[in-house]
Design a protein around this ligand. Sequence first.
Ligand code: NAI
Ligand code: AKG
Length: 451
Amino acid sequence: MSVINDVIAKVKEKDPAQSEFHQAVEEVLHSLEATVERHPEFVRENIYERIVEPDRQIIFRVPWEDDEGRVHVNRGMRMEFNNAIGPYKGGLRFHPSVNPGIIKFLGFEQIFKNSLTTLPMGGGKGGSDFDPKGKSDREIMRFCQAFMRELFRHIGPDTDVPAGDIGVGGREIGYMFGMYKKLVNEHTGVLTGKGLDFGGSLIRPEATGYGAVYFAMEMIATRNESMEGKTAVVSGSGNVAQYSIEKVNELGGKAITISDSSGTVVDMDGIAGERWDFLMELKNIRKGRVKEYAEKFGADYYEGRSAWDVVSENDLKVDIALPSATQNEISGEHAQALVDRGCQVVSEGANMPSTPEAVKIFQDSGLLYGPGKAANAGGVAVSGLEMSQNSMKLSWSREEVDRKLQGIMKDIHASCLQAAEAYGKPEDYVAGANIAGFLKVARAMTSCGIV
Ligand SMILES: NC(=O)C1=CN([C@@H]2O[C@H](COP(=O)(O)OP(=O)(O)OC[C@H]3O[C@@H](n4cnc5c(N)ncnc54)[C@H](O)[C@@H]3O)[C@@H](O)[C@H]2O)C=CC1
Ligand SMILES: O=C(O)CCC(=O)C(=O)O
């Protein structure tokens, strides 16, 4: 059996129920086949097997009290995956679907994504099966405090620096930061995505969405095209979706969809101006459903259908797809429908939103497909810039951070293409992202010995 197949078989044997983790490992390791012959030192040091095993898996109880005085117990976790090139870094997800396999897939992806940013950050991810939907602000605060009462002993500005992900935004980061500060009696950059008044960076909220659109622009530019006049289908309506839409509008494109777990809105007039402002208020302040947007502006609403179902079932023209909700949201059938509707670019704001069948269809069709670990790296890149600003005890202007973000996305795009070319997979962004992200981490692991 090849080194790669042997490692994949062991991963499946050890944790048979972790399908998302298997999926992420298979995708990355198959891309790395090309590195095996060229780097006997990585085989000798058994880097391929070492990199799929987290350094540490922390799982803990989170007891909290609701507004009626009832006590609930959720499960919290933090997968500290790999710190070869810097402190563990990656978000926290609060969603009822959270389990160790999902957090491991996210933590594993984060290793390569963080390496691609060129900033010194290792990979980690965490979260809880807590469901924020329908909870009062005080309940969210009590949950975040209870979560941090255990997590604080495992993290630190030079050890592990969490941030947001699904269900965790500025409000939750604020509550967790408050509890960390109370427990440790230190005001340090232990979390990113903080409020601007207490150490946050300008552009961090925007960074993942803006970055995914910057990455899409880099890809389109290889075909001498631009965003001007392009129609974009966006899934989700949270942080990543909101700022992807804003950037598409700013660059002369038109974003026509938003979705949540209840359904999808199609607004052929474009989600811009007062409509985008309404979305921001609806989702970030009132925590309402996208259906209200359709009611307010008379847009079409498809109950129980995802953005990709709607594309498949209707004759929607699509130039650009920006999946920004969750893993495996795009099936093979959805992918085929996108290709059939003329989609030219897929830039993944979400982590692993395309199933392996979808990825194959995208790649075989010749469409420009930017995998999440490259396309959505702008969020963690600006988190890295927040860490730098915290260490230096200064803050950069909006323009400065955005300029750095654009430079990083451009460089990630170039490194993907260079690595793909160098390892015999020209123009393959999946292979390029995996190989470029891996090489730096593998060299660091080799240099640091067997630890
Ligand atoms: N926030 C960040 O900086 C980064 C986020 N990501 C990824 O982007 C994606 C979206 O994250 P955020 O916008 O931060 O979260 P969010 O909590 O702000 O928004 C999540 C959105 O996805 C939708 N969603 C979640 N689960 C769903 C499901 N099972 N079915 C349908 N819709 C669902 C929600 O309704 C919501 O609109 C996730 O895959 C996340 O891992 C990736 C890189 C960085
Ligand atoms: O900003 C961060 O540290 C984490 C962002 C994140 O969770 C991700 O890139 O998926």
